[in-house]
Design a protein around this ligand. Structure first.
Ligand code: 5GP
Ligand code: ZN
Length: 117
């Protein structure tokens, strides 16, 4: 996916403020933070959305989720807590079609009736 912005971030063609990286995962600060801590955790592999996740992506997807507590600890929000969000498709509010998990924290977040992180 050469024109995907998150693939470009993975390739270093678009700068990002990275907070975590391993073989399968990259995480970086959201460009428009919706909370004091707002990090996007993505698989390096292009997976368009949760609808496109495949059984063979099991390890990569596990790594994406497992990165969350490590990042939360690193950024000092593990103890206070945080929220992990995946927006899928138009009704889910997905804008970038490269799977990502939002990690939001650093303040007491509102209820789950939020329209969009
Ligand atoms: P979605 O609505 O697809 O779940 O979330 C996409 C997120 O990506 C938004 O929160 C938006 O601010 C963020 N975003 C879009 N383009 C860029 C970018 O070029 N760099 C970074 N760091 N974040 C981006
Ligand atoms: Zn991509």
């Amino acid at each position: 996916m050469t024109d995907c912005i998150f693939c470009k971030i993975v390739r270093g063609e678009i700068p990002s403020r990275q907070v975590f990286e391993n073989e399968h995962v990259l995480a970086f600060h959201d460009i428009q933070p919706a909370a004091p801590v707002h990090v996007l955790i993505i698989p390096k592999k292009h997976i368009a959305s949760a609808n496109e996740m495949q059984p063979e992506d099991r390890e990569v997807l596990g790594e994406v989720l497992l990165a969350a507590p490590a990042i939360a600890r690193e950024l000092g929000v593990a103890e206070g807590g945080y929220r992990l969000i995946n927006n899928c498709g138009p009704d889910g509010g997905q804008v970038v079609y490269h799977l990502h998990v939002h990690l939001l924290g650093g303040e007491k977040l509102g209820g789950l009736n939020v329209k969009h992180p």
